[in-house]
Every structure is written in structure tokens, then in C-alpha cells.
Ligand binder design. Structure first.
Ligand code: S3P
Length: 166
């Protein structure tokens, strides 16, 4: 089995689905943001504040590269902006099966509201979500497995991933 790499906009359920998927596949799950935080010894808001988004993206690519080289096959969950760097897309395509999760803007806004851990959504969350969704339109579509999560339980999303022919 190659790595299974979950991508998707913030609030599409990558982490929750990734954990359930890993349990079902009997492998471990590793989260790119968690690894960045662990390696830097600082939180994501702190990294954005001190190094800017550009600094965060450099770290993201370095840590992603390290993660995919692990011998053990894992479910890897990523941050929503991983697709903004073409190099990251290449790394993911070369090292695993990429699964994209999608959700309606209303669902995303509901899920991410009140979460202070996402610096890109500071201010009016709904405006920020809609603007970023627009900027990232199409960027998740390269994934061979694409799942719309609205109205589905976590288990239904996991089943849809496992049953997918890709
Ligand atoms: C980001 C998404 C976040 C995190 C960072 C930037 C983005 O991860 O990587 O705040 O650019 O969409 P989640 O998608 O897990 O919230």
C-alpha cells in the first residue's frame, strides 16, 4: 500500500476522516500541520505571525517531503493550503494516492467558526472562507479520488474512499 494522502479546504473533515480511515486500514495516521508544529516547537498562528505565510509554506514543503519518505505506509492528512505550492502537488502525486474532500461553503463556515488556530481566517470568517475558496477553485481537482462530504457520516466518507477504484 502506498501512502493515502488527504487534501481539502479547511473544515472539510480531513483529520476526522483520516483518523477513521487509518483505523479501518490498520495503519497509522500522521498530520502535516502537527508535524510542522512539533518540528518548529511553535504553534501555527505563531509561525504565521513571525515568518509570514511564505515561511510557513517553506516549512510545509520540507516536512511533507520528510513525511512521504517514511518507510511505514500511513494515512497523511494535510493543511488546506498544501495545494497552493505546485511542488507539494508533485510530491503528493509521486508518493501516494491523493484523496480530496469537499464540502459546501456553508458547511465549512459552520465547522471553522470560532477556531482561533487558523490565521488565514482571522476577521470575518465567512468572507475569508469565500475569498480563499474562490482563489483555490480547482486546485484540489487533480486528486484521482474526490469525495463530497456534505450529508455523509464519517464512516460513509471512509467507505467511499475505500471502495473507490483508484
Ligand atoms: C491552512 C490550513 C490549515 C493550516 C494553516 C493554513 C490553509 O490546516 O495548514 O492554517 O492555508 O488552508 P487545516 O486545513 O487543517 O485547517
Amino acid at each position: 500500500m502506498k501512502h493515502v494522502i488527504l487534501i481539502g479546504f479547511m473544515g472539510t473533515g480531513k483529520t476526522t476522516v483520516g483518523e477513521a480511515l487509518a483505523r479501518q486500514l490498520g495503519c497509522t495516521q500522521a498530520d502535516l500541520d502537527d508535524c510542522i508544529v512539533e518540528q518548529a516547537g511553535r504553534s501555527i498562528p505563531d509561525l504565521f505571525e513571525t515568518e509570514g505565510e511564505a515561511g510557513f509554506r517553506l516549512r510545509e514543503t520540507q516536512v511533507l517531503r520528510d513525511m512521504v519518505q517514511r518507510v511505514e505506509h500511513q494515512v497523511i492528512t494535510t493543511g488546506g493550503g498544501v495545494v497552493t505550492q505546485p511542488r507539494n502537488i508533485e510530491i503528493m502525486q509521486e508518493s501516494g494516492i491523493v484523496v480530496a474532500l469537499f464540502a459546501r461553503p456553508e458547511t465549512i463556515v459552520e465547522r471553522v467558526s470560532g477556531d482561533a488556530n487558523r490565521p488565514l481566517l482571522a476577521g470575518d470568517v465567512e468572507t475569508r472562507v469565500r475569498k480563499l475558496l474562490h482563489e483555490r477553485d480547482g486546485l484540489y481537482d487533480f486528486a484521482p479520488v474526490r469525495i463530497q462530504t456534505d450529508g455523509k457520516t464519517v464512516q460513509e466518507v471512509v467507505d467511499a474512499i475505500i471502495e473507490h477504484p483508484a
